[in-house]
Design a protein around this ligand. Structure first.
Ligand code: SF4
Ligand code: SF4
Length: 112
């Protein structure tokens, strides 16, 4: 979710679909093994428990998910406030994969 801009954002940002999307951060429950949060340094105000061993990003465990770390407007301009500390589910989604395309479609965005 939300690919990085890389080292030369002024040169490649036009090629990064995530910076004008954010749909996958506002479509799914983001849950992960609880120990990831302190290991990655996730701010405590952004995650909560789902079970004794599973945590989730706040805002994503509901009918209309919207991660508490998502900044900006979906489909316009977005960024992850904790990009370097984001949990594993966020690192697995790739632009153009099935989850990405389902999220984009759910927000009325074209495929990649
Ligand atoms: S839905 Fe796809 S394009 Fe949009 S932020 Fe997620 S990975 Fe990037
Ligand atoms: S932590 Fe960041 S990358 Fe993960 S769902 Fe939230 S806004 Fe998206």
């Amino acid at each position: 979710m939300l690919r990085p801009l890389g080292r030369l954002p002024h040169l490649i940002s036009h090629a990064n679909p995530c910076t004008s999307c954010g749909a996958c951060c506002a479509s799914f429950r983001v849950s992960f093994y609880w120990a990831e949060a302190p290991e990655r340094g996730l701010p405590e105000e952004l995650y909560g428990p789902l079970s004794p061993v599973i945590a989730h990003m706040l805002g994503t465990n509901c009918k209309s998910p919207h991660c508490a770390a998502l900044v900006g407007d979906v489909g316009r301009q977005t960024r992850c406030a904790v990009y370097d500390r984001r949990p594993s589910p966020c690192r697995e989604v790739e632009p153009g994969d099935d989850k990405c395309l389902r999220a984009r479609a759910a927000h009325g965005l074209a495929g990649l």
